[in-house]
Design a protein around this ligand. Structure first.
Ligand code: ZN
Length: 299
């Protein structure tokens, strides 16, 4: 241990400098040693690090082991990813939700599904979304509906003492929700910064913003779910209800496509697994098969 070594969490990085929050809440600025660049291990926002800092000069000496991380946005040790999903306008898209869920499962990040725009639904549509939400809850996901009186408080309770990121397609109301949590977040993630970051080669840096007792990432872009970066044989690992049933498949390594005695297909036939989830599985299977092999170059 070097004299004066401290441990904290990186909450922001800019032009080679890192702002690190100490357990006391104090924020100190420092740099990363050149060795990190050589070893291709770069400190990320969210990382816990050992560092020195004296008058904003000093170095990060070590990065603690990560619980998880995302590439786009670049952030580590995320406790919760809030998937803001429109119940209407645009219409609820199960394939997109499943895509986000699978990406988060693969990254070992806990999802929270937030159904926005619930107030736009007719009664019959309401029942349909309820039905969908019940299924996702039954396979282990937390769900919050935007129209319940306690929704906002429930969300804040879930985020308390945690680091969270928000994802959501255009029009899902992500910016509105973030703005409601903190005007500072709404500003950072709004249309203006989206326009500014468009066309830039590098991903805009993330900042963790303290809101009440939560740390929330401000990030205009979220594309970690656009490409699946794992072999197709792993796909069923990321469907929790498949994991529960697949040991009953006749063949070990069953891909749940055309194999006889497939417990997943039987579950779909009797309705314990929804057709919609199975359709997503098949679509993602085809997608991964068609993807060009991707070689990891960053982090
Ligand atoms: Zn099977």
């Amino acid at each position: 241990m070097i004299n004066g070594m401290k441990t904290g969490r990186i909450i922001r990085s800019l032009s080679g400098y890192y702002d690190i929050q100490l357990p006391s809440g104090d924020i100190q600025r420092t740099r990363a040693r050149g060795e990190f660049r050589k070893s291709k291990q770069k400190p990320l926002v969210g990382d816990f690090v050992d560092f020195e800092s004296e008058n904003d000069e000093g170095f990060i000496w070590a990065i603690h082991e990560r619980e998880n991380f995302l590439v786009r946005p670049p952030i580590a040790n995320i406790d919760i990813a809030v998937i803001v999903t429109a119940a209407k306008e645009p219409d609820f898209a199960p394939n997109l939700l499943d895509r986000q869920l699978v990406a988060l499962e693969a990254a070992n990040v806990r999802p929270l599904i937030y159904f926005s725009k619930m107030d736009l639904l007719e009664k019959s549509e309401h029942e349909k979304i309820n039905h969908v939400a019940n299924y996702y809850q039954s396979i282990g996901y937390d769900v919050i509906f935007s129209d319940s009186k306690s929704a906002f408080e429930a969300l804040k309770m879930m985020l308390k003492d945690h680091v969270s990121v928000f994802m959501g397609q255009t029009g899902a109301g992500k910016s509105t929700l973030l703005n409601h949590l903190s005007p500072q977040l709404g500003l950072e993630t709004g249309e203006v910064s989206k326009a500014l970051s468009r066309g830039k080669h590098t991903t805009r840096q993330v900042t963790l913003i303290e809101v009440d007792e939560a740390l929330i990432a401000d990030t205009p872009g979220f594309s970690s779910y656009e490409v699946f970066d794992f072999p197709v044989e792993e796909l069923d690992d990321y469907f929790p209800e498949f994991v529960e049933k697949r040991q009953d498949c006749r063949f070990r390594g069953c891909l749940h496509l055309n194999e006889p005695g497939c417990a997943i297909k039987e579950a779909v036939a009797v309705g314990t697994i929804t057709q919609s989830r199975y359709n997503s599985y098949k679509a993602f299977y085809e997608l991964i098969k068609a993807q060009k092999p991707k070689y990891k170059t960053d982090n």
